[in-house]
Write a protein that binds this ligand. Sequence first.
Ligand code: FE2
Length: 196
Amino acid sequence: MIDHHFSLPVYSSVVEDNLFNVLKNDVYSYIQNNEAKINNFNTSDWDCNTISSITAEEQFKSEALENILKTHFNSYLTDLNVTAHVTTSGMWVNIADPGSYQEQHNHIGNNNIFSGVIWIDAKEDSGDLIFRNPYNNLLNILPKNTKIHSRVIYRPYEKGICLFPAFLEHSVRVNKSGSRRISVSFNIAQIINKNV
Ligand SMILES: [Fe+2]
């Protein structure tokens, strides 16, 4: 008998139209009011050329996003047999012009537990989200034809949402579409058990 233990939960779904439309408005207003400052964001510390508002003076905030996360984290955590409220520890806007990419990274730090992304404007060739298999120490010693996958790919699309453990390494492929990919990202740092 072979038991496959320790599966890793990555959630994907579609955001409801009404909340998505409000969120999209929030994102576009934020970009319009802050674009000059966001464009000055210095990404030299990271090997990536995607513009992010993560260190912008005025942080992105959206009640619609909070409501979207309530619903989707509820589904995600219920599947893990967890009944809890989540609190965001940060949310930011990403602007990936054609040719932009995001290097491999994780969201460890600041007590982050889960992270996620919602694609606001995305086409199928505007940059796949790639998760790396965290069991690299096993993969590195196995022949290349092992049936264990070294990565999984999520293709972006408008209204798509993806939630994942903050420690999971990920990257975004080059935006090969002719237009901007816009997304919002967020971290969850607190889970409060509803039964407490
Ligand atoms: Fe990320």
